[in-house]
Design a protein around this ligand. Sequence first.
Ligand SMILES: CC(C)(COP(=O)(O)OP(=O)(O)OC[C@H]1O[C@@H](n2cnc3c(N)ncnc32)[C@H](O)[C@@H]1OP(=O)(O)O)[C@@H](O)C(=O)NCCC(=O)NCCS
Length: 285
Amino acid sequence: MNSIQPSVTLRPMTGEAGDLESALELSRAVGWAYRLDDWRVAQSLGQGILAEENGQVIASAICWPYGDAFATCGSIIVAPAMQGRGLGRSLLAHLLQSTGSRAVMLNSTAVGMRLYESFGFEATGTVHQHLGQVSAGTADAERGRWVRKANAEDLQTLLQMDRQAFGADRRRMIEEFNLIGSIAVIERAGDIQGYAICRPFGLGQVVGPVIACGAEDAKLLIEHFLRVNAGQILRIDTGGDSGLRDWLTAQGLLEVSSVTTMIRGHRPQITGPHRIFALASQSFG
Ligand SMILES: CC(C)(COP(=O)(O)OP(=O)(O)OC[C@H]1O[C@@H](n2cnc3c(N)ncnc32)[C@H](O)[C@@H]1OP(=O)(O)O)[C@@H](O)C(=O)NCCC(=O)NCCS
């Protein structure tokens, strides 16, 4: 693949242990709490690039295409000592070649925004990371009577719900999360009206995506995972307009950081009554 400076090469990121461990070192160097398995999942669902110099991995970036019209990208990291040399720009240019005519969405840290703006990304909203240790007895079990664990027959329904709320098909991602985590659905009179996934990630567990018709149903789904994860560290990434931020804080999940959602192109239309109340992750959208 292309070179930036003669000493630097870009190549595809593989799922081999060496690449995942190098990526883990990068994320640690910039203070991100990824685990090796988080990189494995991210790599296996997307298309990654690594930059190398003298046999050392010095930067990473991944995109996740969802069909022909939409993609997200993230895990864009340049080792601190290598920043400011044009690597971030070069990695992003490569990613955007592979996403082609798709609209591309990402969640930018403050330091990434100028770079993304220079490629035509525009800010469209904010995402707030809430994190905390779940205390026992946080959620009232009676409120959870509509919520149950998903079973295999629910999968098609929730895939369709997700496709309408996200605007593109995330089947592979949801199937992978089903293997590593657990899915809850909200059902009334035989009708599935929302779903949420909880899986190991970073410092503990993450709840997301949470897809529901309204904030009250989203809370019921999240409460289910608060009940089953007492004592654990739980993370939720929620949009600035979700209506959940004060409630999450009251549950002991404090806001620890925020990022800016940026889009290049037009996101596919969202249809149906369901909305996204928590992201799968800042990378996956
Ligand atoms: C964001 C990051 C990937 C940029 O990589 P980089 O190799 O340093 O960036 P480049 O040298 O290619 O510079 C690209 C553009 O970014 C902007 N930029 C670079 N350093 C910056 C800084 N410290 N603050 C704000 N903007 C900055 C500039 O606009 C620059 O373009 P220009 O030099 O033509 O003006 C890198 O700083 C990084 O890894 N940060 C920590 C992890 C992170 O926050 N990643 C972004 C996740 S969305």
